[in-house]
Design a protein. Structure first.
Length: 276
């Protein structure tokens, strides 16, 4: 991993603080109590390394550094990197100036376990979760702040209209807990909506009994037409009539829990794989 040795040029405001940039979806948390609460959501069970995404000026970082853990931060904003280098010298070469979505975590963590935490930019928060799912073998715990609606959706159970693709995929591998709500007033600039903090704890057995790629495909295809029955929404799988008569196909995707989707994938696996 590239050790970030070169000092980034700073275009900070006159008071030395970093300006929030709209194109990066930045809303800096200003409430120390909330920052400490978020930092305390990690349990440090089964790992001693943490990666904070989008630390900004380090309001959350300072509380992570109080823990007996190896803290890394990843930040795409040059101005924020310069601020962190100046104010948190204890991070040393663990400030990584990269886009997390394009970053190869093996550079910093090899194949070791680590947790992820952050006040995530709204505009890439769901993409961050999808990347975490790709890296689930290395990430036993994940916590942080999202737009409240997104955090609620991830933790939602079946039978609710906010339940969707992310709910199913995340809950197949992690226990999802919605922890608390954060008002717009504790950010600079304040967002237009409330935020929510969640924690994901990887299940002890996070392997699926079915084909994982097919499971993802079934879930995503089903929710593309969420108001239709599974019989209609999975038409593109060209399943035989005798299988489509199963009662599970009478239901809509939002009525099925993650275990139902696993069971369904097992039922159609032999047909779907042969028709790909």
């Amino acid at each position: 991993m590239g050790k970030y040795k070169k000092r980034a040029r700073s275009s900070q405001s006159e008071d030395g603080e970093v300006r929030a940039k709209k194109h990066l979806g930045q809303h800096f948390l200003t409430d120390e109590n909330v920052a400490e609460q978020i930092a305390e959501t990690l349990t440090y069970k089964g790992y001693n390394k943490v990666l904070e995404i989008g630390p900004g000026m380090g309001v959350l970082t300072k509380y992570l550094l109080k823990q007996d853990a190896e803290v890394h931060v990843i930040e795409i904003d040059t101005e924020s990197v310069a601020y962190l280098q100046e104010h948190y010298p204890q991070l040393e070469d663990r400030i990584h100036q990269f886009d997390f979505l394009k970053y190869d975590v093996a550079t910093a963590f090899r194949d070791e376990a680590f947790a992820i935490i952050g006040n995530f930019p709204y505009n890439i928060s769901t993409q961050i979760v999808f990347k975490v799912l790709e890296l689930k073998h290395q990430i036993p715990e994940f916590s942080g702040m999202f737009q409240k609606e997104v955090a609620k959706r991830i933790c939602e159970k079946e039978g609710n209209k906010t339940y969707g693709i992310l709910s199913v995929l995340v809950q197949a591998f992690y226990e999802a807990e919605y922890l608390f709500t954060v008002p717009p007033s504790v950010f600079n600039p304040p967002p237009k909506v409330e935020s929510g903090v969640l924690r994901l704890t990887r299940k002890e057995d996070f392997s699926l009994p079915c084909n994982e790629k097919l499971f993802f495909r079934v879930v995503k295809t089903a929710f593309q037409q969420r108001r239709k029955t599974m019989r209609n929404s999975l038409k593109t799988f060209n399943l035989p009539d005798n299988l489509r008569e199963d009662p599970i196909f009478d239901k809509r995707p939002e009525q099925l829990g993650y275990q139902d989707f696993i069971d369904l994938t097992l039922k159609i696996e032999s047909y779907a794989v042969s028709n790909q």
